[in-house]
Every structure is written in structure tokens, then in C-alpha cells.
Design a protein around this ligand. Structure first.
Ligand SMILES: Cc1ncc(COP(=O)(O)O)c(C=O)c1O
Length: 395
């Protein structure tokens, strides 16, 4: 049996009627509970056995009182990052947050003042822009440029926007959701050099770090030029994408510089006082210790789904542009040429019956794009392809 078939048979689960946002909020979010859900970034796969066993053991113990992180937690966290990304994380850098979106809000609030400018590179994960706006900061954008079917960084615009708006913070998405890029060393160096020149703090959201494919290797911002940019850097990561743990509300901020840490700690003392999630911490430690093989099976399944989508659309709906999947489990598509006067929603949702993330959620100018979540069964991806192809032929 192929590894993909084995993985799907073992881990795929029906999620309707389990209080799943993705499947059970379709009516609220899209107005139609019967859509095929390929939107929000979680998966239809059970977490690895090692995580479930560790959680069951703890639940069976039956006490959920105040807790202390064991040394073994830090050992597994540090060893995962050392082995996979060759970064040496020091325990004193680590702070916790219930989620990365929460962490982004905290960083915006701790390091910038009202009306300060914060820059992002759309199309990008929409809570970046929402968090900036909702915190009363000025949203500044440096859109990615599409060059021969690949999204690239526009360094001139990035620098100009920083200079003209006196930007204080840049939120880096690495790997980049939704365009699927894994930034190279050169690309990151150029961006961080600009940030250094204008004394801009970098928040690098690396939540998708464990999803890269082929020759695309994740380089953490912490490892760019041997840590040269660590003086003005905060990295946010978590196991919530890696092991499908979003609702266990446990994520990490890494703050290597002592002065930058002091600012966070002061903010935390005055505003937070939160404890890390016990179950989140147990799940992550178990996943980092023993979840590697499961993750490899998952990644093969995602690549299988991506190849299926590319091959079938190239054959039957070649007008749809599918962007390269270097990282993440989210594929970006341009459907402009098959719309024939319809809106993207009319085509994708009303005709094809799919709940996806619409391009215009990620920034102005992307209304003909969609993002599809590939972390599901090949059967679901096949169904989506069939509906797209059928409706392209009709229109
Ligand atoms: C780039 C990025 N950051 C953060 C998140 C959400 O993180 P959390 O659930 O920890 O708030 C997502 C989820 O899709 C994401 O894609």
C-alpha cells in the first residue's frame, strides 16, 4: 500500500458535527452548510498516536491544576529546531502565547504606539492587516510582485514605504500564506537589511515552518547570516499547523535580544499574566519527540493532493493558474480566465459548491484568486477538481 493511502486510511476523519469551525460553521460563514470545506487552515487528519496517548494519559490522571513546564519540554523544543533548522534556541528566549494571532496583537501593542506604521506584504494571511487596523496602527503595504508565475518581494517599494511612513514593525510570513513561497536566504537577507537600515523590528511568523517541499528549505529568520538580525527580531512559531493542534491554544515567541525581551516582559507584566496551556504543551512535546514519521506521511499526502490538482487542471482547465507549492499546505490559484463575467464567489461557491478562502480576503487586487487547503483526503480534492472542471466546461 502506498504511504499516502496508508496515511489517509489511518488518520482521515469526518469532522462534521464535531464543533469544527471549518465544517460546522459553513452556514454562518458562507450561508450554505452543504459546501465542501477547503478553507480555514486545519486538517481532516487525526494527530499522531504519540500525541493522543500523551493527552489520554494526562486526562486519565484527572487533575488540571496549575502547572510547571518540565525540562523535557524545553529539550524536545530545542532539539526539533536544532535538528530540522540548525538553530540553537536558548531557553531564556522563549515566551508563550495562546496562539499566533494573539501573539501578533501583543507584539503590535508592546512595540508600537497608536498611529505607528506597521508593514506587511500582501497577499498575506488577513489577520495581519486586521490586527494592525484593530490596534489603531497605520497599515502600510508592500505587495508581492508576480513574476513568471512566482510571487516575489518588491524591495524598492518595501524600502520606500518604510522610509516614507516611518514604519516601526514588519510582519514577515515565512513560509508565506497564501502564495506558498519559502523565502530564500538571499531574499530574507535583503529584506532584513532594509529593516536594519531603518531600525524596523521584525516579527517573523513561522507557523508553517514544518511544511516545505523538495529543494525548498525553511530558513528561520533566526538563522539568516548566523543570527545577524536577532537584535531586532521576534519569531513566532507553534505546533498548531504541524500536528493539527490549533484549539489547544499553545504557541511560542522567541526573543533572542535581551532589550527586546525586556519590552515584552514589561508589557506582559502589565497586561497579560497568562499561563501556558497544559494540554498544548503536552501535545507539542510528544509531537516533537515522536511525531516525525507521521509528519512525513502527512507531507506526502499534501504533495500528492497538489500534484493531482496540477495535473487535472492542466489537462481539463488549463486556464486556471496554479502557483508553486514550495511551503504551507495551502495552494493559491488564479481563476480569472474561467469566470466569464461571473464573480469568483458565483463560480467557486455557488456553482462548484466549495468553501475556500477568497483572494480578496488577503488584500486588494486579488479578487480573482482563491486559496485551497490541501490537508485533506485525495477524495475531497478529487471532488473539488471534478466540480471545478465541470463548471468550467458549462460556462
Ligand atoms: C501565517 C499564519 N499565522 C498564524 C495563523 C494562526 O495561528 P493561531 O491559530 O496560532 O492563532 C495562521 C493560520 O492559518 C497562519 O496561516
Amino acid at each position: 500500500m502506498s504511504r499516502v493511502k496508508e496515511f489517509v486510511e489511518k488518520y482521515y476523519v469526518e469532522r462534521r458535527n464535531t464543533n469544527s469551525l471549518k465544517w460546522d460553521a459553513l452556514k454562518e460563514r458562507f450561508g450554505d452548510s452543504e459546501l465542501l470545506a477547503l478553507w480555514v487552515a486545519d486538517m481532516e487528519f487525526k494527530t499522531p498516536e504519540c500525541i493522543r496517548e500523551a493527552l489520554i494519559e494526562r486526562v486519565d490522571h484527572g487533575v488540571f491544576g496549575y502547572t510547571k513546564l518540565p525540562e523535557s519540554y524545553y529539550d524536545e523544543y530545542e532539539s526539533w529546531h536544532k535538528k530540522k533548522y540548525n538553530i540553537d534556541i536558548e531557553k531564556k528566549w522563549i515566551r508563550f502565547a495562546p496562539g499566533i494571532v494573539q501573539a501578533i496583537l501583543w507584539v503590535i501593542q508592546a512595540y508600537t504606539k497608536k498611529d505607528d506604521a506597521v508593514i506587511i506584504m500582501p497577499p498575506v494571511y488577513y489577520p495581519f492587516a486586521n490586527s494592525i487596523r484593530n490596534s489603531g496602527r497605520k497599515l502600510v503595504e508592500s505587495p508581492l510582485l508576480e513574476d513568471n508565475g512566482v510571487f516575489k518581494i518588491d524591495y524598492d517599494t518595501f524600502e520606500k514605504q518604510i522610509r516614507e511612513n516611518d514604519v516601526r514593525l514588519y510582519i514577515h510570513c515565512s513560509p508565506h500564506n497564501p502564495v506558498g513561497r519559502v523565502w530564500t536566504l538571499e531574499e530574507q537577507k535583503k529584506v532584513f537589511e532594509i529593516c536594519e537600515r531603518y531600525d524596523v523590528l521584525v516579527l517573523s511568523d513561522e507557523i508553517h515552518q514544518d511544511f516545505t517541499y523538495g529543494d525548498n528549505k525553511q530558513i528561520s529568520a533566526l538563522d539568516v547570516d548566523g543570527g545577524r538580525y536577532n537584535k531586532r527580531l521576534i519569531v513566532a512559531n507553534s505546533g498548531s499547523k504541524t500536528f493539527n493542534l490549533a484549539s489547544l491554544v499553545h504557541s511560542t515567541l522567541l526573543i533572542p535580544d535581551e532589550d527586546v525581551r525586556k519590552v515584552f516582559d514589561k508589557f506582559s507584566k502589565e497586561n497579560l499574566g497568562a499561563e501556558p496551556s497544559l494540554l498544548g504543551q503536552i501535545a507539542l512535546e510528544a509531537g516533537y519527540r515522536e511525531g516525525h514519521e507521521w509528519l512525513e506521511g502527512l507531507k506526502e499526502t499534501i504533495v500528492f493532493n497538489y500534484n493531482l490538482l496540477c495535473e487535472e487542471l492542466a489537462k481539463n482547465a488549463p486556464e486556471i493558474k496554479v502557483y508553486p507549492l514550495e511551503g504551507t499546505y495551502l495552494v493559491f490559484l488564479n481563476v480569472e480566465k474561467v469566470l466569464n463575467g461571473k464573480t469568483t464567489k458565483q463560480f467557486i461557491q455557488d456553482e462548484c459548491g466549495l468553501a475556500i478562502d477568497f483572494g480578496d480576503w488577503f488584500g486588494k487586487g486579488y479578487k480573482n484568486y482563491v486559496r485551497i487547503n490541501l490537508a485533506t483526503s485525495p477524495d475531497n480534492i478529487r471532488k473539488a477538481i471534478e466540480r471545478i472542471v465541470k463548471n468550467c466546461k458549462i460556462s
